[in-house]
Write a protein that binds this ligand. Structure first.
Ligand SMILES: NC(=O)c1ccc[n+]([C@@H]2O[C@H](COP(=O)([O-])OP(=O)(O)OC[C@H]3O[C@@H](n4cnc5c(N)ncnc54)[C@H](O)[C@@H]3O)[C@@H](O)[C@H]2O)c1
Length: 315
């Protein structure tokens, strides 16, 4: 099923008002609460609230507002709001329709596409989730209020996506225009998702570059999602440098450094390995997807010991 995605169509307000219920977070409610309908649930902001407790609270609020099976709900917010509200929609009364009005750069360029929803359980990201496509209404005007840290985080997912596509990679080396980058990311991700909606035949795995090490970094350090993915990518490339052509390896390192800046992290490699091996994508060893060249994404599966050894060498 093709996802409906609208970019700067101006339809997002109609969508918000046509919905029976809106989910947002406290930061967005502070800025945009005045234009949101009354039937809403305002969750606490941040990754630590992407959990089953919040889903329970959303379900209780929807029941209280009389949301029925034929109704639609709308997520208004970043990737966390989308992941949680989408999951709630997919299980509420065995599944109702949902729309997403993404407000962060990550959500516009990445999480608003593809219908993966989910919540974390302990330190394991998206341990519980579903596939449930929203209609997505991207309005780039919301980026004006996005804090710098979150904008940089969004750039992380865009940089990641650029390693999947030569055209976007080239575009990133010219004058950056957010709307253009978002349009390109939407197209690249949609094309991949259309080949492998439920993540079964391998095509969608390409989107995981940077995430094997990035997700544990995010959960251990509390760094933003996109910055964790960039750091994850840097470590993964260092771990797998023997697979990569020499000049290309250095080109990618300097490209990533432009976006990572002086951000540094400390962690125990063993702790990263424990979280990585618990990931749902890892059945027989720890899988790392890596860009063998731009657009040619390959997989290597490592034993836990090998993973720890290579990560220690990369640090
Ligand atoms: N489902 C997917 O396919 C997918 C893909 C990529 C990332 N993700 C998930 O997305 C999450 C990260 O997304 P995120 O960075 O958007 O998280 P987020 O929703 O926590 O947003 C980041 C912060 O920015 C604030 N914010 C968002 N939009 C704003 C705006 N317009 N003005 C002011 N403040 C604003 C939020 O309140 C929050 O504090 C992670 O949980 C990640 O796992 C999901």
């Amino acid at each position: 099923m093709e996802q409906k995605v609208f970019i700067n169509s101006g339809k997002e307000l109609d969508e918000l008002y046509a919905s029976a219920f809106v989910v947002t977070d406290e930061n967005l409610d502070r800025i945009y609460g005045g234009m949101l309908p009354e039937n809403k649930f305002v969750m606490r902001a941040g990754e630590e609230n992407k959990n089953l407790d919040t889903v329970q609270k959303i379900a209780e609020a929807m029941l209280k507002c009389g949301v029925r099976r034929g109704d639609r709900i709308t997520a208004f917010g970043g990737g966390v709001v989308g992941d949680v509200a989408g999951f709630a929609a997919s299980v509420y009364m065995r599944g109702i329709s949902w729309s997403f009005v993404p407000t962060s750069l990550i959500a516009m360029a990445d999480s608003g596409i593809g219908g993966k929803t989910g919540v974390n359980v302990g330190l394991i990201k998206n341990a519980v989730g579903s596939f449930c496509l929203p209609d997505t209404f991207i309005e780039t005007k919301y980026l004006h209020t996005l804090p710098t840290r979150e904008y940089r985080s969004g750039m992380g997912e865009i940089v990641k996506t650029s390693l999947l596509d030569a055209d976007l990679f080239e575009f990133m080396h010219g004058k950056f225009k957010a709307v253009e980058a978002i349009k390109k990311c939407v197209k690249i991700k949609s094309d991949i998702v259309n080949k492998d909606f439920t993540d079964k035949n391998g095509a969608r795995k390409a989107l995981n570059i940077g995430h094997t090490v990035g997700h544990p970094i995010e959960m251990i350090t509390g760094l933003s999602h996109g910055m964790s993915v960039l750091l994850g990518l840097r470590f993964e490339l260092l771990m797998l440098r023997d697979y990569l052509e020499h000049n290309y390896f250095y080109e990618l390192q300097s490209y990533l450094s432009k976006y990572i800046g002086d951000t540094r992290v400390t962690f125990e490699p063993e702790a990263v390995a424990v979280i990585a091996s618990a990931d749902k994508k890892n059945e027989d060893g720890i899988s790392i997807m890596y860009p063998y060249s731009i657009g040619d994404i390959r997989e290597v599966v490592l034993s836990k010991d090998e993973f720890i050894r290579l990560l220690k060498e990369a640090m």
